[in-house]
Structure formats: structure tokens, C-alpha cells
Design a protein. Sequence first.
Length: 282
Amino acid sequence: MDAARGGSLRLQHNAILALLLAIAAAAWTTLVLPQSGHVSMGMPMASPHVGREASLFLANWVVMMVAMMFPATASMALTFHRLRAVTRPLENAFVSTWVFVSAYLLVWTIAGLAAYAALLTARYAFSRLALSTTVTNQLGGASLVVAGVYQLTPLKELCLSKCREPIRFLANSWHGDTASAFRIGLVYGVYCVGCCWLLFVILCPHGMNVISMIAVTLVILAERRTLSLSQPISHVAGLALLLSGVFIIVMQQLLPMPQPNGMIMPVEMLMEMPGGGAALTR
């Protein structure tokens, strides 16, 4: 009887893993193929159909999250299933695991709504302030700096510690009825959002290409799967983001501007020329 239960447990375990990876693969296909490698998650454009726009953004956000996060979340879901199966019937353990995953997905969906609201706010602010392209690019660089600094904070480390050690996290949770599986999934989702939200947000304003998505996915996987190097990897990623943001901000001040005669000169030199300021405003 124990052998039969063990075989059924392994079958469920493999089925959960296969389904999670298959869903992630389908999400990657949905993101990559229709757009020829570019995902449209940019700044929402002015539209009289805000509800339709929000639905499209949220659908893209959820698919993006599934593609990039489910591979990293698989170990937590499998650990949850294994622990639940110790004291519960296998059918209950299987169903409870998907309730756990559904609650996790719900948290990321709510995070997507918050991201959309933030982009709408940014769009409104940009339209009112009439910011130049240089300033807009500098703000993009500043967002990278913020994301890099966050990678180095104790809050990031706290959230990451919950995500990279499934057994320790789940051992402190009550494994009761199906409702508890939903609650545990919500709590895990909150920690996961706290760990990775800025890595997603920095990709949204200008859209994402396949390389950037793969890079972020690999960082998330490395942070969680290589326990001995988890913190150094997180810090290296943070420093890379910080330096990239500073580079963008600085370069926006140093980039040359084309002149009518084909010559180029930095913005600062143009401003120092007689009538230079007027030339910029024309």
C-alpha cells in the first residue's frame, strides 16, 4: 500500500512539475512569437477605451509573470505538495497545490493593476509637464538606479530569504484545509512580489525584448537556486542596474546634438554660444 501511495505521489509530483513548465513554455511562446521577439508592455497611450487598454496590459502582465516566474516558483509548489501529502490524501494535496498556485497568481495580478495605475499616473504627469526626451530618458535611468539600490536593501534580502528556502518558509505555515493553501499562496506571493517587483517594473515603460526577459529570468532563478551565491548574485545584479542607470543619466548630458551643417557638439557647448539657448528653443 505504501509503495502504491509512493508511486502515486511521484506521479502527481511529476505532473505538477510538467504542468507548471508547460504553462510557462506556452506563456513564453505567446509573448515571443506574435511580436517577433518584442513584447508590448510600454507606456499606455491615450485611449478613450481605458478598460480595454487596462485589460490588454493586465493580460500581457500576467502572461509575462507566468513565463518568467513559474520556473522559479516550481520548487516552492512541489515542496508544498510534498508536505501537504504527508498528512492529507493525495487528491487533497494535488488540489491544494493548485489552489496555492492560484493564490500566488492572484497576488501578481494585483501587482499588475498597481503597475498599470503607476504608468497611467506617469503618462498624465508627462503630458502635463511636457518633458523633453532627454529628461524622460534620465527618468528611465533613475528607475534603474532605484531598482539597483533596492537589490541591496534588507527588505529585498528578507523577501528573497522566504523565496529561496521553501521548506523553511512552509514549515512555519499551518497546513490545514484548502483555505489555508490559498492563504499560504497569498503570503508567498507577497514575498515574491517584494523580491522581484522592481525587476519587472523597470521593463515596462519602454517594452521588453527577449534578451532582457531572459536576463531577468536568469537573475531570478540564480537568486533562488544557488543558495551559497544567492546574496552575491543579487548584489551584483543591483550594482549592474545602478551603474547602468547612472550611465544613462550621465550620457543624456553628454550626447552630442546634430547641427545644420553636419557638425555636432555637446549640449553644454551649444548653450554657451551666442543665441544658443534660443537655437535650442526654436
